[in-house]
Design a protein around this ligand. Structure first.
Ligand code: ZN
Length: 165
């Protein structure tokens, strides 16, 4: 097992196929969204959420094609972390800071919540690292339909690092 796969999901998509796909938002985006969502579903199985019973999994696609997964982790003291930040921090810890998309799967009692979108804290963390017009957020409704929107649609007028330049 190499260094990358030890810490990430071990899944690498071909970046040549990927970048134009994500940017163009054409029909291929649906395929990428579907793949990422399946990986998020797998990550969700590792969720430690005995208190809320709301399990979440995330799959973060880096610009080089590497995918990092994350699940939510709760504690009795009500501290913990969301799946999205878990995935982002894993990637950052591994030297990756350039991201293309994130898929999020979540709901209570292993059901679908219907468009499990990132919380405000996770949105702020993502805004630190992503191009808001290119980064895609992918989530799924209760009927299984997948929605892919740009980060800017999710957090317009965000406070990002460019403001401090
Ligand atoms: Zn969050």
């Amino acid at each position: 097992m190499d260094e990358i796969s030890r810490y990430s999901s071990g899944i690498v998509l071909n970046p040549d196929d990927l970048h134009p796909v994500i940017r163009d938002k054409d029909v291929e985006t649906a395929k990428i969204a579907e793949k990422l969502m399946k990986i998020a579903d797998e990550a969700r199985k590792y969720s430690y959420s005995p208190y809320s019973k709301f399990s979440v999994g995330a799959a973060l696609l880096c610009m080089d094609g590497t995918i990092y997964t994350g699940c939510n982790v709760e504690t009795a003291a009500f501290t913990g972390i969301c799946a999205e930040r878990n995935a982002v921090f894993k990637a950052i810890s591994d030297g990756r800071k350039s991201f293309a998309a994130i898929a999020i799967s979540g709901g209570k009692h292993e059901m679908e919540s219907g468009y499990c979108a990132p919380c405000g804290v996770c949105r702020q963390v993502l805004s630190e690292f992503v191009n808001p017009f290119e980064f895609m957020v992918i989530f799924r409704g209760v009927t299984g339909d997948t929605k892919a929107i740009s980060f800017n649609e999710m957090l317009p007028y965000s406070f990002g690092p460019e403001i401090l330049e």
